[in-house]
Ligand binder design. Sequence first.
Ligand SMILES: O=C(O)C(=O)C[C@]1(C(=O)O)C=C[C@@H](O)C=C1
Length: 125
Amino acid sequence: MNTRLEDRTTAAANGTDASGTDTTGAAASGTDANGTGTAAAGTGGTEAVIGSARERIDSLDERIIALMQERMSVSESIQRARMASGGRRVALSREMEIISRYSEALGRPGTTVAMTLLELCRGQV
Ligand SMILES: O=C(O)C(=O)C[C@]1(C(=O)O)C=C[C@@H](O)C=C1
């Protein structure tokens, strides 16, 4: 995670934005539209490495989004069942378990991920 932040910082310093898009003119900064050094692009297949890794990321993102949508649907069924029997939409102790799981796996940003997922699944409280 820190590495990626550094990447972004470096990219910005090189005249590229966070997506690697040139912000100053590729020729002047020595980078192409992928943020790839032009010298390395021709020799090491860097363009191909980045291109295929980005395809994998796009595919992973699609699966993550589908899983989030599936989670929202399962969560809704729990909330409906609980509310139909007179309970509340929110189950705070369960949310604490979920937040702990994500923060143990991903560190502090995991807490934010869990809270965002919960907001998607049960709305803002
Ligand atoms: O597990 C539950 O009881 C749910 O209602 C699901 C869920 C969730 O999306 O994980 C959603 C709302 C609750 O506050 C807690 C958890």
